[in-house]
Design a protein around this ligand. Structure first.
Ligand code: ADP
Length: 485
């Protein structure tokens, strides 16, 4: 693993924290320490912001073609080192190598995409309402972008923010999750090799203890003009408040509670196939994971039976770096305790366990068996919250109107999935689901070309697609008057 770095990257230098403090990064398979990284604090953060602000002076003047070329170099290096990146990802996150490889491919595609989009961030010439005026809209980079990212997609959550910001001409201060800083440092290494000048992409590693203070500085420092965050809704709301004092641009990708609806009109095999991927990818630790399954009464038993069969046959948990392992452990003990608590509560209140139902300590400290529950009622915690673990909860419904009401009965709205072969129903339900992204007869829908984001409390803004740069550009209206015609 040539790209395994254990220093932070600020202003083109690989450095320690000013305090010299470090914290361990552990492999969730066995909690073994992989390495230690600097525990950056508020003072280190200010230095990184200053470096990014200084670098912005020149980077904002580069041509779109120059930025496109740099992003293209970065992308090419990601492709060249994809195996190394995947190994680092599996080591610190625990997901299987196959899953890591597909994350590297998916995440790097955002860099390729924004290397192309960089050259299409065009302004506009407007029709003036007076004869002696010319009106323009310029698009200009907003300034320093702070990017705070989670542990579940340590590569892709950085690339899809940073590539959009860099394409627009912003400079970045990245604060990866304390659980997975090594993928971020590997990306910084490749950015350096790609030729990004000093200060343009900075990576601050911080412990769980220092993260709130570093986050506060990123929110309140007036030199930071946009904050992009992917993580929990609870932390997203804190950051939203903290950004008020400097009126920052905000991009928030927060939690979801995705409904997964199987109508009687569905092809059940297609639905089961998609359920496997949508529910169990990354061992269920995904904000777009199917969280609440609703299956119409006619096909309920068939769906449950086939789903349990596939789980039993196809999921092989273990050390993700080993051949044949499909799914890894949960990321940390708090996740395991949360998942375990949800299942225990449901079982105690009468839910039926069709498979799994508890931790797998024989495999390691953080493994939890893929679990399928039916008979879940509203008084059980597992019905109401984002599960973020390998627990499939299958509810029965009787009609379309009723299931839509249940699906939308939540304050969040990120992704939603449904399965139907009735074209009228497809359009009806796609329009009525209160979410930012809909999968119809598909359980995995995210790609660089599409706009990723939610409605309601799932966040603000869109990532990927041609809209992904909008968070990083200001529109400036320029009016030239008193022209002689
Ligand atoms: P999870 O609970 O899934 O770990 P979080 O929302 O806590 O998700 O974490 C996502 C990111 O937010 C991580 O980089 C984490 O360090 C960071 N974070 C957590 N708390 C704060 C905070 N108060 N301010 C800024 N960043 C934070």
């Amino acid at each position: 693993m040539h790209l395994l770095r254990n220093s932070a990257y600020v202003n083109g230098n690989w450095i320690s924290a000013a305090s010299k403090q470090t914290f361990p990064v552990c492999n969730p398979v066995d909690n073994a320490v992989i390495t230690r990284v600097p525990d950056m604090n508020t003072a280190d953060t200010q230095a990184a912001i200053d470096a990014a602000a200084k670098a912005f002076e020149s980077f904002s003047k580069t041509t779109a073609k120059e930025r496109s070329d740099l992003l293209r170099n970065w992308y090419n290096l990601m492709v060249k080192h994809s195996e190394d990146l995947a190994c680092i990802l599996t080591k610190e996150n625990g997901k299987s190598l196959a899953e890591s490889r597909s994350e590297i491919k998916y995440g790097s595609a955002f860099v390729e995409w924004f290397s192309e989009e960089a050259r299409r961030i065009d302004g506009q010439i407007l029709q003036a309402p007076f004869p002696n005026r010319e009106l323009f809209l310029f698009k200009q980079p907003v300034g320093v972008a702070a990017l705070i990212t989670p542990w579940n997609f340590p590569h892709a959550m950085i690339t899809r923010k940073a590539a959009a910001a860099l394409a627009a001409g912003c400079t970045c201060v990245v604060k990866p999750s304390e659980d997975t800083p090594l993928s971020a440092l590997a990306l910084a290494d490749l950015a350096e090799q790609a030729g990004f000048p000093a200060g343009i992409l900075n990576v601050l590693t911080t412990s769980v203890t220092n993260s709130p203070a570093v986050g506060l500085e990123l929110c309140e420092n007036p030199k930071v003009r946009v904050l992009s965050f992917t993580g929990s809704t609870a932390v997203g709301k804190i950051l939203y408040k903290q950004c008020a004092s400097t009126m920052k641009r905000l991009s928030l990708e927060l939690g979801g509670n995705a409904p997964f609806i199987v109508f009687r009109t569905a092809n059940v095999d297609v639905a089961v196939n998609s359920a496997m991927a949508s529910k169990f990818r990354n061992t269920g630790q995904t904000c777009v994971s199917a969280n609440r399954f609703f299956v119409e009464d006619d096909v309920f038993d068939e769906f449950v039976e086939k789903f349990v069969q596939r789980i039993d046959q196809e999921i092989k948990m273990g050390d993700g770096s080993k051949e044949g392992v499909t799914h890894g452990p949960l990321i940390k003990k708090s996740q395991l305790d949360m998942v375990n608590g949800l299942v225990k509560d449901a079982v105690q209140k009468g839910a039926k366990v069709h498979c799994g139902g508890g931790p797998l300590p024989g495999l390691g400290p953080l493994f939890y068996a893929p679990t399928l529950l039916t008979g879940v009622t509203r008084d059980m915690e597992v019905y109401n919250r984002e599960i973020f673990g390998p627990i499939a909860v299958i509810n029965k419904f009787c009609n379309e109107e009723d299931v839509l009401r249940q699906a939308n009965d939540t304050p969040v709205g990120l992704a939603g999935y449904f399965f139907s072969q009735d074209i009228s129903q497809i359009f009806r339900v796609a329009r009525k689901l209160e979410v930012g992204m809909v999968g119809v007869n598909e359980g995995l829908i995210s790609c660089a070309e599409a706009a990723f984001g939610g409605v309601k409390e799932s966040g603000l803004g869109r990532e990927g697609s041609r809209h992904g740069v909008e968070d990083y550009v200001d529109i400036k209206y320029v009016c030239i008057g008193n022209l002689k015609r």
